[in-house]
Design a protein around this ligand. Structure first.
Ligand SMILES: [Zn+2]
Length: 227
């Protein structure tokens, strides 16, 4: 925690002045245009790789950037936390985009692969139960489903990319999401962050592959999304 406490003092001394006005304005209310769903992993920091500022993103982070599907489940089985965040973002904040962002070297994906043969057991009871929302991605990989990629990825990274696409499907099971998409008020996107290069990739839903977000990629993506 020392790093955090020192960081607060450093922020107060060096940066607070330039943020003072912004925070005073944000205290009156937030209007982020994007719900960002990412992994808890300490190395995935959208504020750094996407240069975002306070007020820009409404963020949900959980192990493996998972969205539990809400169909065919008893209400108690649905993760209330993510359901609440989705409803609040879509219905109250009226975000225009939802991004599910996976990443390379994800511990959850490694666990998914290595534990796929094991029964749910202590002490990983909650972890294993939670990972079942990523199981369809593993299953698709085992059945031969692949996402086209410019460079050869390791298995856990391939599954991580399939998992992003899987979680987009899960998002659509929320009526707030499907309704807003139908009314053309909302778009959903899959991103993938590569730790070793800090490159961010965008899932092209038409061609089923991940495209690097550099200047050329960004131009195409924004054009496609009507910006
Ligand atoms: Zn992760």
């Amino acid at each position: 925690m020392k790093k955090l406490i020192d960081g607060i003092v450093e922020f107060r001394n060096k940066s607070l002045e330039q943020y003072r006005e912004k925070y005073a304005r944000l205290a009156a209310g937030q209007s982020p245009d994007t719900l960002f769903i990412a992994c808890c992993d300490s190395r995935v920091v959208p504020n750094t790789f996407a240069s975002t500022n306070p007020g820009d993103l409404f963020v949900v982070r959980n192990v493996g950037n998972l969205v539990c599907p809400c169909h065919n489940h008893h209400e108690n089985e649905v993760d209330q936390s993510i359901g609440a965040a989705i409803e609040f973002a879509v219905c109250q904040l009226k975000v225009k985009d939802i991004i599910v962002c996976g990443h390379s070297e994800c511990g959850a994906m490694n666990a998914l692969i290595s534990n796929s043969q094991l029964d749910v057991q202590l002490p990983n009871l909650f972890f294993q139960r939670w990972l079942k929302h990523a199981q369809p991605a593993l299953k698709k990989y085992q059945q031969g489903f692949r996402i086209k990629s410019v460079q050869k990825q390791e298995i856990h990274n391939e599954i991580s990319q399939i998992n992003v696409v899987q979680q987009l499907e899960h998002l659509k099971t929320y009526s707030a999401v499907s309704k807003a998409i139908l009314e053309k008020k909302l778009r959903i996107h899959g991103w993938w962050f590569e730790l070793s290069t800090a490159n961010v990739f965008y899932y092209d839903q038409t061609n089923h592959h991940f495209v690097l977000i550099d200047e050329i990629g960004a131009h195409k993506i924004l054009q496609k999304n009507g910006h």
